[in-house]
Design a protein around this ligand. Sequence first.
Ligand SMILES: Cc1cc2nc3c(=O)[nH]c(=O)nc-3n(C[C@H](O)[C@H](O)[C@H](O)COP(=O)(O)O)c2cc1C
Length: 159
Amino acid sequence: MKALIVCVSVSHGNTWKVADAMGRVLDASVVAPEDVDPGELAGYDLVGIGSGIFRMAFHPRLRDFVQGLPRREEERPDAFVFSTSGLPEAPFRPYTRPLVRVLEEKGFPVVGAFSCRAWDTWAPFKPVGGIRKGRPDEDDLAEARLFARGVRARFGSAT
Ligand SMILES: Cc1cc2nc3c(=O)[nH]c(=O)nc-3n(C[C@H](O)[C@H](O)[C@H](O)COP(=O)(O)O)c2cc1C
């Protein structure tokens, strides 16, 4: 199973830590969107796509990357999405579903989504030093690895 993880992590490197933990399980490189040739994705079985959440949406660089993907024409890759954020997804403004929808419209089956809390120094929280300091922590990264193992198991290598 050949996997690639595409990640934008600009604030504290929070999402990169999660991507790195997943990448080790999936034996996948973690790369920025600008370092991926979308045409080469068909050479992978699985692609993970993630960033921090900024003003209730995935980072614009990641959204642009997904918008710019060609329609999937081969049987692969499948996709999963992941994010880190200070707060859980707001029911009135979900951020996972819109990105998943674009991927699905482009023909990528989305086989899972992962999210965890992370250090957040967005303006409202800056005066108090931010919230969720120290996260993602070991427990969060263990959850990320567990998620990655679950995704990997779909490809028949569940060890
Ligand atoms: C400008 C800005 C906007 C943010 N907006 C949100 C938000 O809408 N909801 C949320 O839960 N966290 C928000 N955050 C917190 C980030 O999602 C969080 O710190 C994330 O882990 C950053 O990931 P990164 O370090 O990988 O870039 C925001 C942070 C910044 C700096």
